[in-house]
Design a protein around this ligand. Structure first.
Ligand code: AMP
Length: 459
């Protein structure tokens, strides 16, 4: 999973600090690398980039950025899915090719990238990275008889899978979302500056108003003339907006396709309380931070008190390094710690957003039991994750997915819970509030994007 952000200022003011701030708000979408690309404000429209490893504030030199001036720029935070965590896969990727300068920031996973790469390598292309995003650049370069925007449209027409893009073509900003609408992408405005962002929380930080979501299959060209909408010439059978964005990935203060992520998470908890009540419990709690909002919904709907009895050390990041065996053994305890006094002798409902490998929930239950809980009932605000995601979320293979390996009863015993229940796909869909055929639920149902939109690879 990744985050993208872009800004174009009509009145020529520098947008580099805005892009830095936007990435800061999208940090939850990727912590491996961060990067910003911009075009020279005046003169020859060359593209430049600054990229680094780790979190935004360590990867990017804010001071050095502020010594540059650019009225158009894009940025990216990366969490590796396609291509692995090699630094050569850091984005935005940039090129000054025959027809001008290009920079691309990509969120999603292009499912036919290997086929395209083989096709292009057989025709002499030399790839610099192992990632899927570079295929877009090469597809453009192989159509150098076309103007850059036409070459980009021609490239996107050939892609299958998930891509939400912020692109620089010379000093134009382009936003593009795949025809299936897998990943979110939203447009905002503040005065003379137009923004594109993976999530609306990044528009908030720069003080921009939401204009609207980029439509699936839409290309928005933003330049000094304004904003022009084009269509990617692919007709999808249906939409595939990722349900897991609402369940776990997006920030709760974001709106995706008009739905509040916070509202959806709370509703997930309410539906879960109705389908899997736990009447004899003393309280409901959530695993911080991912289960907290659904736990509030669960508590409210089941008229149980909500207590925050598990505390998260907020300085532990995902990139935490585990140096010694003792520290490794501490595992989840370094991140989460129960409040013993609140738990002792109590029957507790623990709500979390999802079970992936099952390690977190197992360790938390054991900690809660060690604190003297009488009963621990687990409620999960998503259906069992049984299938890997090919569209940009980093899920393990089937063999590693706890719910793919065992049924709910066996898993319940395995994690040491007194009971375990999940929300159904139907209830999750209702809680999200979008029509079922608009959502991608492949990680729960195995219903992946169908082929059927085949084409001859012809450049
Ligand atoms: P696990 O211990 O593997 O069962 O992980 C489950 C926890 O990881 C849940 O509490 C989620 O909040 C979180 N999670 C779910 N999906 C992902 C993902 N793709 N990457 C990182 N964390 C995740």
């Amino acid at each position: 999973m990744c985050g993208v952000f872009g800004a174009f200022s009509k009145d020529g003011n520098s947008v580099l600090e805005d892009v830095y701030l936007g990435l800061y708000a999208l940090q939850h979408r990727g912590q491996e690398t961060a990067g910003i690309a911009w075009t020279d404000l005046f003169g020859n429209k060359n593209v430049h980039a600054m990229r680094g490893s780790g979190l935004v504030h360590t990867a990017l030199d804010q001071k050095a950025l502020s010594s540059n001036t650019a009225n158009v720029a894009i940025g990216h935070v990366r969490y590796s899915t396609a291509g692995g965590s090699d630094f050569s896969n850091a984005q935005p990727i940039i090129a000054n090719y025959a027809r001008g300068s290009v920079a691309i920031a990509h969120n999603g996973n292009i499912t036919n990238a290997t086929a395209i790469r083989n096709f292009l390598e057989n025709r002499g292309a030399i790839f610099q990275s192992t990632g899927d995003t570079e295929t877009i650049l090469h597809l453009m370069a192989h159509q150098s008889h076309k103007p850059p925007l036409d070459a980009l449209v021609g490239a996107l027409r050939l892609l299958r899978g998930a891509y939400s893009l912020a692109v620089l073509l010379g000093n134009r900003l382009i936003a593009a979302r795949d025809p299936w609408g897998f990943r979110p992408l939203i447009i905002g405005q503040r005065g003379e500056v137009t923004y594109v962002a993976s999530e609306s929380c990044a528009l908030d930080i720069v003080g921009a108003e939401i204009i609207r979501d980029v439509k699936p299959g839409e290309i928005l060209v933003i330049d000094e003339k304004g904003m022009k909408s084009l269509k990617i010439p692919v007709t999808p059978r249906r939409k595939h907006l990722c349900a897991f964005e609402y369940v776990y990935f997006a920030r709760p203060d974001s709106l995706i396709d008009g739905r509040s992520v916070y509202g959806v998470r709370k509703a997930l908890g309410c539906y879960l309380a109705k389908s899997s009540p736990c009447g004899k419990a003393d309280m409901a709690t959530g695993l911080p931070d991912s289960g907290t909002i659904s736990a509030i919904g669960y508590a409210e709907a089941s008229e149980l008190p909500y207590e925050k009895v598990i505390v998260r050390n907020r300085y532990v990041g995902r990139t935490f390094i585990e140096p010694t065996q003792r520290v490794r053994d501490l595992g989840v305890k370094i991140k989460l710690n129960p409040i013993g006094k609140m738990i002792d002798g109590k029957r507790i409902v623990v709500v979390d957003d999802s079970i992936v490998r099952g390690t977190t929930v197992q360790r938390v239950i054991s900690m809660i039991r060690d604190s003297g809980a009488d009963e621990v009932h687990v409620r999960i605000a998503s259906p069992p994750v049984r299938f890997p995601c090919y569209y940009g979320i980093d899920t393990p293979t089937c063999e590693e997915l706890a719910a793919a390996r065992m049924d709910t009863e066996t898993l319940c015993r395995n994690i040491g819970a007194d009971s375990l229940a999940y929300i159904s796909v139907e209830d999750m869909t209702e809680a999200i509030g979008l029509p079922a055929p608009d959502l991608c639920t492949a990680c729960f149902t195995g219903e992946y994007l169908q082929g059927g939109e085949d084409y001859e690879m012809d450049l």
